[in-house]
Design a protein around this ligand. Sequence first.
Ligand SMILES: [Mn+2]
Length: 435
Amino acid sequence: MELTGTVYITGHKNPDLDSICGALGYAALKSRLDKTNTYEPVRCGHLSESTKRILNALGIIPPKYMKDVFPKVKDVCLTTDTRIEADAPLTELAKTFSDENPSVTPIYENGQFFGLLSVDDISTWFMSKLKKNGAGLKVPKIKDLMRTQEEPLQMTDFFEEAKLSLSRSKKRGLAVFDGEDFAGFVTRRCFLKAPRYNVILVDHNEPAQSINGIETANLLEIIDHHRLDPIKTDMPIFIDSEPLGSTCTIIYRNFIRSRLKPDKYTAKILLTGIMSDTLVLTSPTTTPIDIESAEALAKICEVDAYEFGKTMYSYVERLAAQDLTAAVLSDFKKYREHGVKFGIGQCEVTTLEDMDEYKEKLLSVMSDVKERKGVDWAVVMVTDVMTQRSVLFMTEHPAIKHLQYRGMEPGIMDMPGVVSRKKQLLPEIIHALGV
Ligand SMILES: [Mn+2]
């Protein structure tokens, strides 16, 4: 059973600007191409302070947070217009059960939900009375028929857990509440087949980086620029994976391929994603296609691409004024090579001149990060996007002496020209670990 009508588009956990803008931009394209479904951009993680600031300053509304795509009780919950009051004559109940043949029906008292009454409850009552009294049976009140109620479910309860609760309860149905309010009910039929959310992944393809419950979803498409290690699918799906600098570049090219021009707002969103993932078109991951796409988008926005990128970074608060732990953890990736578990964070800044203000604190923050993330070695590159120079702050590790960078102070190294974690720093670290 597919949940028809809505397709969720999500980037990865710890969403960066490419993931956020990719989800927004691709939803805008899909909405124009397909009018029969609703494409809803979402994010499966919280925004970092810097991302929030940039989006806010640019007037881009972030997608709403979605915790997971596990099927829920709300996806199968039933409602009925039939309202039977507990003090109604039994004939009304008889009419409902003979006309509509429900397996359960909600009973109300003074307009408030009172309990669920099932066809089993009714027959059980009559059978036991008939056994005792035979022909001398008195007509019961609705309340007399009602047996002990089970704990109601919540709309947000997981489908699989609710299914278990119902099968353990031996009841035909369970009431469903939305917080304090009665919302409907579920019967055994509701649980014959688990519903599946429709999902499109942008800027990632590995299930471990994806929204929780992705393995239970109906994966429709992947739009990405990372190494491929995707989840198994039941059906063939559309994958657009290209080794470009930004997912937003790939999305822009899909606009072109569909002969559509992004509107100004969407162009700004895509340009933001490209400028951020390519560090204003300077990262070694940048391709001529990224530059060409950024310039075309800048033209729609009536701005200069490079100026736009630099202004965008100027909205980020100075690192010295930020919560350093949060800044490191907002973009921290874990690796394991040569038997060593290590993690690399990256923070983008617009100057390294104020480094003295935070260097000692950042080194101690890295020790905390090392403990919290359970790694043997924690490093963070602070990258100046204006001068394409990074400074590396690290916890102690024997591999440091094999790094080809100039040491500035214990645990701090200078990396002029190094801006890419993936293409420059990571290979160097792996090399140092292997010496
Ligand atoms: Mn990306």
